[in-house]
Design a protein around this ligand. Sequence first.
Ligand SMILES: Cc1ncc(C[n+]2csc(CCOP(=O)(O)OP(=O)(O)O)c2C)c(N)n1
Ligand code: SF4
Length: 278
Amino acid sequence: MAEVTQLIHQYLRHNKKFPLVFCPGCGIGIVLGSLVRSVHALGIPKDDMAVVAGIGCSGRIAAYVDFNTVHATHGRALTLSTGIKMASPHLRVLTVMGDGDALSIGGNHLIHAARRNIGVTALVVNNFIYGMTGGQCSPTTPFGSYTHTSPQGQMEKSFDVVEMARAAGANGVYRGTVFHAKALDGLLQRAMSRPGFNLVEVLTPCFTQYGRGNKFRSPVEMFQWLKDHVVPREVYDKLDDKAGKIPMGIFVENDEPGLEQRHAAMRQALADKGGAGS
Ligand SMILES: Cc1ncc(C[n+]2csc(CCOP(=O)(O)OP(=O)(O)O)c2C)c(N)n1
Ligand code: SF4
């Protein structure tokens, strides 16, 4: 407990009001805790952290952490992050986005950030719905689920965030959940320690907008659902019947240099030739 209090005082903004702004039972507070624990475990000085968040419930994370922060516009967090990393490559840039933010309005930026391999950690907080705006369906709303914009059940198929990031060329791709908080810390630390574009999808309950409409009786049942349905990738791969199960863990780990590293090398090469690189 003493350690938790110490982390709160060390990493959260002193002028913020508690409890957190999130609904009771929301998982985003656990994501915030994982972020703070990860920065602490990696020993990253606060001034070296840049947290860029989009708009949405998950975007409120940026308001709590005492780092360099930007609360960007909806869908554009990765464009800002790209600029920050190119201009200040020494910064550890962590981009927090909801599933609507990352895959709907910002979907184009996501695939190009992965293709470019910009040295950013993207944290996609997937609650399967547009939380902040009242429960509209998002690109990750499961087929058949009920939302305010799919009252007869979602008729569109959902994106698999991990497979999309993999296909777009991300250097690292990870999936965790807020139920498996300790494992999430490990995945986030791993993603933040590596070069290039690393994406961590974290599955989290939104009882207020998603759970109520989909036969969950409480946030606890949604956490129980994560426990029952999400399994380590090594276990998942050996299952004969994979129906209804979701794998978590490490999916991709490559060591390609990030775009900003390639850019620095190009500038150095030009400078060595007496050109305009320096
Ligand atoms: C350009 C723009 N379009 C739409 C909105 C309205 N808006 C705010 S948050 C949001 C969706 C949030 O859903 P998600 O990104 O999944 O985040 P969550 O709230 O679930 O964490 C939308 C559509 C906006 N703020 N800006
Ligand atoms: S609406 Fe959903 S995602 Fe937003 S704070 Fe409430 S429970 Fe969390």
